[in-house]
Design a protein around this ligand. Structure first.
Ligand SMILES: C[S@@+](CC[C@H](N)C(=O)[O-])C[C@H]1O[C@@H](n2cnc3c(N)ncnc32)[C@H](O)[C@@H]1O
Ligand code: SF4
Length: 375
C-alpha cells in the first residue's frame, strides 16, 4: 500500500477552533498548484513503489480548488505513478462549496470518496465557531453529494463545543445517522493555543464543557453509532462495514506515504519529514531549488513510540508480536509491564498478545499512552 497526501492550505475564512496551517489567499492557487506538481516530480522516488493505492486531498479546503487545478495535479500524478484501479481517492470539502455546478465540474475527475466538514448541525454552534454554512446547507450538501453519485461519504463533527448540552448533542447524532453516510469522524473539541477560541476561553467568554459531560457525550456517541451499524475502528473514526478510510488506516499501520504541499508530512519507515508551513516560502524555495522541508531520522525508540501512539487509538490495538519482532523483546516487555495496571482495571484488554483499549479506557487514553511511551 502506498499513499499520496496533498495539502491544500486555503480557507475562505478561519474557524475559531482550528490551528491547521491554512491561509486566506486564493490568488496563490495557480502558483501553488505548479509548485505541488514540481514537488511531485522532485520526489518521485520517495515511495519505493510506482503503484498508488490511496490519494487524499486535505486542508484547509480542497473544495475551493477549481476542477482544472485538480486536473493538473492528477495529470502530474499520472505522469509519475500508476493509480491502482481500486484506489481510494478522497477530497475534503466544506458544505458551502458543494453546489450542483461544483459537482458537475468535478464529474470527470477520479474522486470516489468525499469527506465533508460539518462540525455541528446546530446553527448557534456554527455561528459561534465562525463556520461558513448553516445546518440546512450542510444537510443539503450531503444529499447533493449522494445525488451526484458519491457512495462513500464521510462527515466530520466536533463534540464538546461551548454551550453544547447532552440533549443537543443527542439531536446532532440523530441528524448525522439520518443522512445515511458511510463514515463519521468525531473529535472532542481541543482548545489550541493562538486560536480565537483559545482567546475567548482566556477572557472567560466561553467555558469549556466539563470532563464528565465530555465523557458522557463520547459514551452516547459510541452507543448511538454502534446501534446504527457503525464500528469504531479508531478513537475518533467510525464506519459502516467495508468503509474504513483506507488512507488513514495506512497511516495507522505505519505504511510509507508521501505528503505534498506546504506543511505536509511524509514518512518512509526510516525517517519523517515535514514541509515548510508557508505557501509563499514553499513556492519560493521550490522555485529556487532550495530545501523546503525538515527531516528527522527515526531511532528504534521513536519507531516504537510512533507505533504504540497510533495503534492504541485503533480497534486493532497494539500487536505485541510485532513490537517484539520489529523493535525487540525489551520494548514488548516494557509495554506489557507498564500497561499491566490498566489491564487489571479493565481499561485495556490483552487478547492473544493484542492490547486493545476498552470503551472505558478511551477516556484515559492519554494517560495510558504516557505510561507506555519510552523517553
Ligand atoms: C483541518 S480540518 C479540514 C476540513 C475542512 N476544512 C473543514 O473545515 O471541515 C479537519 C478536521 O479537524 C477537526 N478539527 C480541527 N480543529 C479541531 C479542534 N480544535 N478540536 C477538534 N477538532 C478539530 C474538524 O472536525 C475538521 O473537520
Ligand atoms: S476547520 Fe477547515 S475551514 Fe475551518 S479553518 Fe480549519 S481548515 Fe479552514
Amino acid at each position: 500500500m502506498a499513499g499520496i497526501y496533498i495539502h491544500i492550505p486555503f480557507c475562505k475564512k478561519r474557524c475559531s477552533y482550528c490551528d491547521f496551517y491554512t491561509e486566506v489567499a486564493p490568488q496563490l492557487v495557480p502558483a501553488l498548484v505548479d509548485s505541488i506538481i514540481k514537488e511531485l516530480q522532485l520526489r518521485q522516488d520517495y515511495l519505493k513503489t510506482k503503484t498508488i493505492n490511496t490519494i487524499y486531498f486535505g486542508g484547509g479546503t480542497p473544495s475551493i480548488l477549481p476542477a482544472q487545478e485538480f486536473q493538473k495535479i492528477f495529470d502530474g500524478i499520472n505522469e509519475l505513478y500508476l493509480i491502482d484501479e481500486n484506489a481510494e481517492i478522497t477530497f475534503e470539502a466544506n458544505p458551502d462549496d458543494l453546489t450542483p455546478d461544483f459537482f458537475n465540474s468535478i464529474s470527470t475527475l477520479p474522486f470516489n470518496r468525499i469527506s465533508i466538514g460539518i462540525q455541528s448541525f446546530d446553527d448557534e454552534d456554527l455561528k459561534r465557531i465562525n463556520r461558513r454554512h448553516t445546518s440546512k446547507e450542510a444537510i443539503a450538501a450531503v444529499k447533493l453529494a449522494q445525488q451526484s453519485g458519491f457512495t462513500n461519504i464521510s462527515i466530520d463533527l466536533i463534540y464538546g463545543l461551548p454551550f453544547q448540552t447532552i440533549e443537543r448533542w443527542k439531536k446532532q447524532l440523530n441528524t448525522a445517522i439520518s443522512l445515511n453516510v458511510q463514515h463519521i469522524s468525531i473529535y472532542g473539541l481541543t482548545y489550541e493555543e493562538g486560536t480565537k477560541l483559545w482567546k475567548q476561553r482566556e477572557k472567560k467568554e466561553v467555558t469549556p464543557v466539563d470532563d464528565e459531560t465530555m465523557n458522557e457525550m463520547y459514551s452516547l456517541m459510541l452507543k448511538t453509532l454502534n446501534e446504527n451499524g457503525f464500528e469504531r475502528y479508531e478513537i475518533s473514526n467510525f464506519s459502516l462495514p467495508g468503509f474504513r478510510s483506507r488512507h488513514n488506516t495506512s497511516y495507522w499501520r505505519q505504511e510509507a506515504y508521501i505528503g505534498i504541499g506546504p506543511s505536509a508530512h511524509s514518512y518512509d519507515i526510516e525517517s519523517r519529514q515535514w514541509n515548510v508551513s508557508s505557501i509563499t516560502q514553499y513556492i519560493k524555495l521550490l522555485n529556487s531549488n532550495k530545501t523546503y522541508f525538515e527531516k528527522e531520522e527515526l531511532s528504534v525508540t521513536d519507531k516504537y513510540n510512533d507505533y504504540v501512539m497510533v495503534s492504541l487509538r485503533t480497534a486493532d490495538g497494539i500487536n505485541l508480536e510485532k513490537v517484539e519482532a520489529e523493535f525487540g523483546v525489551e520494548f514488548a516487555n516494557y509495554c506489557l509491564e507498564n500497561i499491566k495496571t490498566f489491564i487489571e482495571t479493565k481499561k485495556v484488554e490483552n487478547s492473544n498478545r493484542y492490547l486493545r483499549i476498552t470503551a472505558d479506557g478511551i477516556k484515559i487514553s492519554n494517560l495510558i499512552l504516557i505510561e507506555i511511551m519510552k523517553v
